[in-house]
Design a protein around this ligand. Sequence first.
Ligand SMILES: CCCCCCCCCCCCC[C@@H](O)CC(=O)SCCNC(=O)CCNC(=O)[C@H](O)C(C)(C)COP(=O)(O)OP(=O)(O)OC[C@H]1O[C@@H](n2cnc3c(N)ncnc32)[C@H](O)[C@@H]1OP(=O)(O)O
Length: 243
Amino acid sequence: MASSEEDGGGNGSVEEKENGKKRRLGAVATAWLICYNVAMTAGWLVLGIAMVRFYMQKGTHKGLFRSVQKTLKFFQTFAMLEVVHCAVVHTSVLVTGVQVSSRIFMVWFITHSIKQIQNEESVILFLVVWTVTEITRYSFYTFNLLNHLPYFIKWARYNFFIILYPVGVAGELLTIYAALPYVKKTGIFSLRLPNKYNVSFDYYYFLIVIMFSYIPLFPQLYFHMLRQRRKVLHGEVIVEKDD
Ligand SMILES: CCCCCCCCCCCCC[C@@H](O)CC(=O)SCCNC(=O)CCNC(=O)[C@H](O)C(C)(C)COP(=O)(O)OP(=O)(O)OC[C@H]1O[C@@H](n2cnc3c(N)ncnc32)[C@H](O)[C@@H]1OP(=O)(O)O
């Protein structure tokens, strides 16, 4: 997608580069994406303001997740649509799928399901990092689609992640690690033998596998963002193989 400096278009539709050819998003797709991105920007802004207000009123992070969880769950779950958007915005389905699934997993299968860890500092760490990131990202998409992209937002979109991505990953991994003792004790989401399915599943070891999966998966996302950064900030022509 060309930013306002390159595209200069004002017709509201958006041009996309694909292997040197220009591809135009239809007016309907553009209109939908603008509505989607505005809603997501607003949702994450509401979440961010709610977190700041909670901390200023209470002076502690204890209870913060519980106070913002409805907004978080709605907007993070709504982001699953982005896998569908890949057909339109022509970005990597694999990268988007891994990113979205990790967030859904953290929200629903860790922090929602294991209430004992909701007040961990690591939860606040990834919540704050996610919120800053998503406000930046969705406002970037919105202004880009409107062909009036302030340079600061483009700069923030493709520089903040350099620090925020590893910090967010640390918050997620620390939260999963904090959940392990409770998972072992309660046997949540696990299936012991004997049972009518004759299948056993141990969520405790599954979480350990998930933690190790960050080692090969996270670098793929990080290098994808570095490639996007070179393309958008330094005009490198990168032909992404279709994932
Ligand atoms: C079952 C258990 C599963 C457990 C899985 C465990 C996996 C473990 C590894 C994963 C770790 C993830 C950790 C993560 O959650 C931590 C954090 O997020 S911390 C916060 C920092 N994070 C970030 O900065 C990343 C934020 N996320 C993203 O940026 C995206 O989700 C990502 C897919 C990673 C990259 O986005 P994208 O590929 O879209 O790159 P661009 O933004 O440059 O966009 C590419 C082009 O598409 C256009 N686009 C994309 N979306 C839209 C949209 N909604 N509206 C309009 N246009 C859109 C964009 O403009 C670009 O166009 P062009 O290339 O032409 O410029």
